[in-house]
Design a binder for this molecule. Structure first.
Ligand SMILES: [Mg+2]
Length: 169
């Protein structure tokens, strides 16, 4: 036993609807079944870790503070439904950033790179071999592969049904 299993969760298109750079409170539209899905992962003994690319920061669409506030609102909204998110990792960097501090040709955290996952694995003593990632993009699955974590591509619908039927929890 080398660590705790984790469920790595993409945010936009998995936990919430992807309306295009969601960041305002009114953009928070939960995916059907999301609270039940997260509760299922909690009960199965998985650490739940959000891993989200947020190039909207780099593109100057919203601030890093706004991004953190929006993520906190998501975590709080799920908590109100008994669904626990253990950690959130977000990558604000992008090659086309308007602000130099967010400009990076190929940041190690930006999926398909595995930086957010490998950092979470180290910081939370997670076991990649017993973990999985759910994403709505091939880049999510690739980030998982590079971190030694198996991936499940979510095409929409009820997330709890997906976690039960496809992930097998
Ligand atoms: Mg996504």
């Amino acid at each position: 036993m080398t660590g705790t299993p984790a469920a790595f969760l993409d945010r936009d298109g998995v936990l919430i609807e992807d309306c295009g750079y969601p960041h305002r409170p009114e953009d928070l539209k939960l995916t059907p079944g999301v609270a039940a899905a997260v509760r299922r992962m909690n009960q199965a003994g998985y650490r739940t870790v959000i891993v989200t690319n947020q190039s909207g920061v780099a593109r100057g669409l919203f601030s890093e503070d706004r991004m953190h506030a929006f993520n906190a609102l998501l975590v709080e909204t799920l908590a109100e439904q008994g669904a626990v998110i253990d950690a959130v990792y977000a990558c604000p960097f992008h090659a086309d950033a308007v602000e130099a501090r967010y400009r990076h040709a190929d940041h190690p955290d930006r999926k398909p790179n595995p930086g957010m996952l490998t950092r979470a694995i180290a910081e939370h003593h997670l076991d990649p071999a017993r973990s999985f990632i759910i994403g709505d993009q091939p880049t999510d699955i690739e980030a998982g592969r590079r971190a030694g974590v198996k991936g499940f591509l979510f095409a929409g619908g009820d997330l709890d049904d997906f976690v039960r039927e496809t992930v097998g929890l």
